[in-house]
Ligand binder design. Structure first.
Ligand code: NAI
Length: 459
């Protein structure tokens, strides 16, 4: 049996694992990076990147469909699923190639194979044992289903299957109005499908500020996306042409496909974690604020731990672990300060606390909120997008939450993130001149108003 000794052995080559590998190599550590599939993981191959390519293709389709309102005569002849797929695969392929080159150039050994943790310092792949002074677990997550709901990959799909679909479906029921459900609803509606979302809670994207959820629901209603809110799924049966989805209230919905988007669960079963003594909680690996497990030589990052399941959280955690292992000073991540974007049309973006969370933390009398409607923002009017900026601040204190809804508002989050993380006062942001006409002006205007000196709004 062969043995390789290095500083760091990483199990899982997704966002968390490869970010740690890249930073560790930069810090002169020798690294082995192991993945059973392609380097890049869910985000690059089955998540963030391919879905955002589909969303962009959807935007192009909508632009053609709606061109008349801009005085441009264009007709949408159709969406060619194979053509969209080729575009999507081209994007993924170029990034994949770039990432492979990067990993190679940093001297990281990438091993493709099924790894298993066999000791506090070793991962085995086939006949080879990779031993490290440290081990990082970064095996990510997979879609979850509900008890008794079988996902067959042809009529009842997970997002992985949906991404590989060879056609635009005529109709779809989407189970779950969280991030994945909402993004696919947006994609398929743009491509011309009849879409119904079934969400058990009273709102879409229920983790967002309620005002954002309501704006998204209104925009989706205008787009003709059907929404069953506060509706619980009770079962699905196959019909001649697709599926019949039953809800607990007795309602039935027929469609060609059912997409199951009710959350993602950690990939940790059968990988040796428990046997080696790693503390777990319902399949998630338990870590402290520095991504350290109870086993001193083992760290864990990404969707495998109970932090927000976002690729950029994985990047941040991977970097933190590499720097900690290299002996650099590190500080815990403030997860509330991590930006969140749902890339539907319109987009929903936020950082910091929701109004409900801020009320709970500070008390209703100690916060103030301000909503600035994008109707007053020139660039948003040019783009013909509806939405709003909502700010939450401590009374006489810093901004503690920024919530945005509208086309392209995800790009405004960079500024919102600085405002939140630097604990900026509304008056400090109000000092900054924003370029006109941009959508970022909406942030500037909102802060001017919150600082008591509104420009283009009534006080
Ligand atoms: P999610 O947790 O965001 O949403 C699942 C939704 O399903 C919830 O709203 C839940 O109330 C609903 N649900 C659960 N059981 C149900 C039932 N029986 N009937 C009806 N509704 C039910 O999970 P999702 O959308 O699957 O995404 C998984 C993870 O991937 C999330 O943590 C998300 O943050 C991440 N992700 C992030 C993206 C982004 O940042 N743009 C894009 C895609 C995924």
């Amino acid at each position: 049996m062969a043995q390789t000794d290095v500083d760091l052995v990483i199990l899982g080559g997704g966002s968390g694992g490869y970010a740690c590998a890249l930073r560790a190599a930069e810090l002169d550590m020798s690294v082995v990076l192991i993945d059973k599939a392609e380097l890049g993981g869910t985000c690059l191959h089955r998540g963030c990147i391919p879905t955002k390519a589909l969303l962009h293709a959807g935007e192009v389709a909508d632009s053609a469909r709606e061109s008349e309102q801009f005085g441009v005569h264009a007709t949408l002849e159709g969406v060619d699923a194979a053509g969209v797929r080729k575009y999507q695969e081209g994007v993924v392929g170029r990034l994949y190639k770039g990432l492979q080159g990067l990993v190679k150039s940093r001297g990281i050994e990438f091993v493709q194979g099924e790894g298993r943790l066999v000791s506090a310092t070793a991962v085995q792949v086939g006949d080879t044992t990779y031993t490290g002074k440290h081990v990082l677990l970064a095996t990510g997550s997979v879609p979850r289903t509900l008890p008794g709901l079988e996902v067959d990959g042809t009529r009842v799909l997970f997002s992985d299957h949906a991404l590989k679909l060879d056609r635009v479906p005529g109709s779809v029921v989407i189970l779950g109005g969280g991030v994945i459900g909402v993004e696919f609803a947006s994609i398929w509606k743009s491509f011309g499908a009849d879409v119904t979302i079934v969400e058990a809670l009273p709102h879409l994207v229920p983790l967002e500020d309620e005002a954002s959820s309501k704006l998204l629901e209104r925009a989706f209603r205008r787009r003709g996306i059907n929404q069953k809110l506060g509706a619980r799924f009770s079962g699905v049966e196959h019909t001649d042409n697709g599926v019949r989805v039953a809800l607990e209230n007795g309602e039935q919905i027929e469609a060609e496909l059912l997409l199951v988007a009710v959350g993602r669960g950690p990939v940790s079963a059968g990988l040796g974690y428990e046997e080696v003594g790693v503390a777990m909680d319902r399949g998630f690996v338990k870590v402290d604020a520095y991504c350290q497990t109870n086993v001193p030589t083992i760290s864990a990052v990404g969707d495998l731990i109970q932090t927000p399941q976002l690729a950029h959280v994985g990047f941040g955690e991977g970097i933190l672990v590499a720097e900690r292992l290299a002996g650099l000073p590190v500080v815990p991540i403030d997860y509330l300060g991590v930006p969140r974007v749902t890339y539907s049309d319109p987009e929903v973006a936020s950082v910091g606390l929701t109004e409900a969370q801020a009320t709970e933390k500070y008390g209703a009398d100690s916060i103030k909120t301000l909503t600035y409607d994008l109707a007053g923002n020139g660039k948003s009017q040019i783009l013909k997008t509806a939405g709003a900026v909502k700010l939450i601040a401590e009374k006489d204190g810093p901004v503690v939450g920024v919530h945005l809804v509208g086309s392209r508002v995800g790009e405004l989050l960079a500024e919102a993130q600085l405002i939140y993380n630097w604990e900026a006062l509304p008056s400090e942001v109000a000092q900054l001149i924003h370029a006109h006409p941009t959508q970022s002006e909406a942030l500037g205007e909102a802060h001017l108003a919150l600082a008591g000196k509104p420009l283009h709004t009534h006080g």
